[in-house]
Design a protein around this ligand. Structure first.
Ligand code: DGL
Length: 271
């Protein structure tokens, strides 16, 4: 808490994707003091080994907690949430919230067909974390997961609506969604915090491929609700500080498409 009693929340991701979570938290709880780190120097995490992601996640978290006074840490990265939560919880003396369980819960609540699709990074998909989280809530449900790693680069390029994005979506989704099992999905988890910016493109391409819509879910709003239950609302607006481990110019240019920011909020940081 700061002197006025407002909670301080630290949030990190490999890059600008975690700003989708930050934006939802800030919109729902504008009084919270938020500190965000994008580890842009080491992006992407999703193609790295679990051991490397765990090491990076620990360093990013320790950097955000360096001067203490943080009430909760949000791992706004599915990749890090899928393989580093136990290490983070063991190493840090602060509540750690990951994004997999809230996203899985939203999908379980949304599905009617009992078939849930998940798209994410290679590491997140290989971890099986969504299948485990869904099975813990309802073992009858079937989870189909597909790695779509190029989407991270397209998001970091700011190409939310672009022919190359539609082409990548078709190349990933066409063979997957035409599989006789997978085509039953009615809910798709955007299992990477970079992906919510592609919601319009995803609706368009999935509509073309399946001839119907599916419900898209992600973890941003569920994380904001979880924080709202823990930290009472108060008047006033909190401070937002944003750190990146590489090029602030790029972070401001692309990150600003995810979360409006001013240069005074930005600082370069070395882990
Ligand atoms: N935004 C991150 C996630 O949710 C990963 C992007 C990456 O670094 O590969 O998984």
């Amino acid at each position: 808490m700061d002197a006025s009693g407002c909670a301080r929340i630290a949030v990190f991701d490999s890059g600008v994707g975690g700003l989708t979570v930050l934006a939802a938290v800030h919109a729902a709880l504008p009084h919270l003091n938020l500190r965000f780190l994008g580890d842009t120097a080491r992006l992407p995490y999703g193609t790295k080994s679990a051991h490397t992601v765990e090491r990076y996640a620990l360093q990013a978290a320790q950097c955000l907690l360096r001067d203490g006074a943080v009430d909760a840490l949000v791992v706004a990265c599915n990749t890090a949430s899928s393989c580093a939560l136990p290490a983070l919880r063991a190493a840090l003396d602060v509540e750690v919230l990951g994004v997999i369980e809230p996203g899985a819960a939203a999908a379980v609540a949304a599905t009617r067909s009992g078939h849930i699709g998940v798209i994410g990074t290679e590491r997140t998909v290989a971890s099986g974390a969504y299948a485990q989280a869904v099975a813990a809530l309802d073992p009858q449900l079937v989870v189909h997961a597909r790695a779509t790693p190029l989407l991270v680069s397209l998001a970091e390029e700011g190409w939310f609506e672009h022919p190359a994005t539609d082409a990548a979506l078709r190349a990933y989704l066409q063979p997957w969604l035409t599989d006789p099992q997978v085509r039953h999905i009615d809910t798709l988890v955007l299992g990477c915090t970079h992906y919510p910016v592609f919601a319009p493109a995803l609706h368009r391409v999935i509509g073309e491929l399946l001839g119907r819509s599916v419900t898209l879910v992600d973890s941003a709003a569920p994380i904001a609700s979880e924080l709202a239950q823990r930290f009472a609302k108060s008047a006033g607006s909190g401070q937002v500080q944003l750190y990146a481990t590489d090029s602030l110019e790029r972070f401001a240019r692309v990150g600003g498409l995810f979360f409006p920011m001013t240069t005074s909020q930005l600082a370069l940081i070395d882990l």
